[in-house]
Design a protein around this ligand. Structure first.
Ligand code: FES
Length: 112
């Protein structure tokens, strides 16, 4: 399996984020940063696996509510600490539909 429709552009407004699941149960966090582009990330924090949808999105920085790790949603790279990152899933938009491919990269974690 490759690209799979995960949502539509109507589901994630600019400046917001939403969590979805692929048909195989992979959690995907879709983030549409203000003034940025739409990106799809692993849905669980790589620190201890808390749901990132419960975090706070401010500009380009997503903060996990559990222990306040921060990620740059333009790249998935860690802001604090800097030696962490989120998996970025390949994404494409066709018309109003958003597709992701979760088959080629695995989520990062430091808790398993
Ligand atoms: S689980 Fe996200 S910062 Fe600890």
């Amino acid at each position: 399996m490759a690209f799979e429709k995960i949502c539509t552009l109507d589901d994630v407004w600019e400046g917001d984020m939403a969590s979805f699941e692929t048909s195989d149960g992979t959690g995907v966090l879709v983030v549409f940063a203000s003034g940025g582009e739409l990106k799809a990330f692993q849905s669980l924090c790589p620190h201890q696996g808390f749901e990132l949808i419960d975090g706070k999105l401010e500009g380009h920085v997503l903060t996990c509510t559990a222990h306040l790790w921060e990620f740059d949603v333009r790249s998935g790279k860690g802001v604090n600490p800097m030696d962490c990152r989120l998996t970025v899933y390949p994404t494409k938009i066709e018309g109003n539909d958003v597709y992701v491919d979760v088959t080629k990269v695995a989520p990062f974690d430091s808790y398993s």
